[in-house]
Design a protein around this ligand. Structure first.
Ligand code: ZN
Length: 239
């Protein structure tokens, strides 16, 4: 099976469209969405609509749940809070309810999805270190898992010691792996291009793809929406 893997869209429609254009050339059979469809950007409605049309296997991100009132604003910095409040006004009740209905963890075939970590998805912690990965590997019942949240494309491999890779093409082989495809709408690895992954579960190969989109126009939309200036500016530097 060829999976198109993406997450942390964060209401960035131009980035999301660029990613979908890329995915259309990849013979993908199923989409996997790692949550945070909304938050930060100015195109919440369209991004929710597109994700719902794609009908991916999907988990909730912390921003999705916050917009739906299932997670308190105190967990977010002031810019993120402003974007969550803005998004609540922007979406209709049905879309907000849908965001709140998303599950924290999904298992399908040989693949597990979670936004933060596999072992404690409700805590929305970042998987950044081999120790974070170690804790998740203890809970993992499939050979492959995908997570988002950190906005950094990196894969961890179970073993002694736990290893990791930031390569663009990774052969998992017979290793148990937890992979992050990076962020569609707000990359934080100092590469401002939108990030997504294609995973071939027969070959067990993961490819990270980066695509350019119109960052200037996206910043303009964030400013016109009255969202915090910083949420636009950080897109230019990918931080
Ligand atoms: Zn996010």
């Amino acid at each position: 099976m060829r999976y198109g893997v993406f997450g942390d869209i964060h209401s960035n429609l131009a980035a999301f469209r660029a990613v979908l254009d890329g995915l259309r050339t990849q013979n993908v059979e199923q989409y996997l969405c790692l949550g945070d469809i909304v938050g930060y950007g100015a195109d919440a409605r369209e991004c929710v609509e597109i994700v719902r049309d794609l009908d991916p296997l999907i988990v909730a991100g912390n921003h999705d749940w916050a917009v739906a009132g299932k997670l308190g604003l105190e967990y977010f910095n002031t810019q993120a809070q402003a974007a969550i409040v803005w998004t609540r006004r922007e979406l209709d009740a049905e879309s907000i309810e849908w965001l709140g209905s998303l599950e924290l963890r999904q298992v399908s075939g040989d693949v597990t999805l979670s936004h933060g970590t596999v072992h404690e998805p409700a805590a929305f912690q970042y998987m950044q270190t081999p120790y974070d990965a170690y804790l998740s590997f203890q809970e993992l019942s499939t050979r492959t898992a995908f997570v988002g949240h950190s906005h950094i494309p990196v894969s961890f491999f179970d073993g002694m010691p736990i290893t990791y890779s930031v390569d663009k093409r990774i052969e998992f082989g017979d290793r148990i792996a937890i992979a992050n495809p990076g962020s569609v709408g707000q990359p934080r690895d100092e590469d401002p291009r939108a990030s997504y992954a294609v995973y071939d579960s027969d070959e067990r190969v993961l490819e990270i793809h980066r695509v350019e989109y119109d960052i200037g126009a996206t910043i303009g939309r964030i400013l016109r929406a009255g969202l915090p200036v910083l949420l636009g500016e950080r897109l230019r530097i990918g931080r």
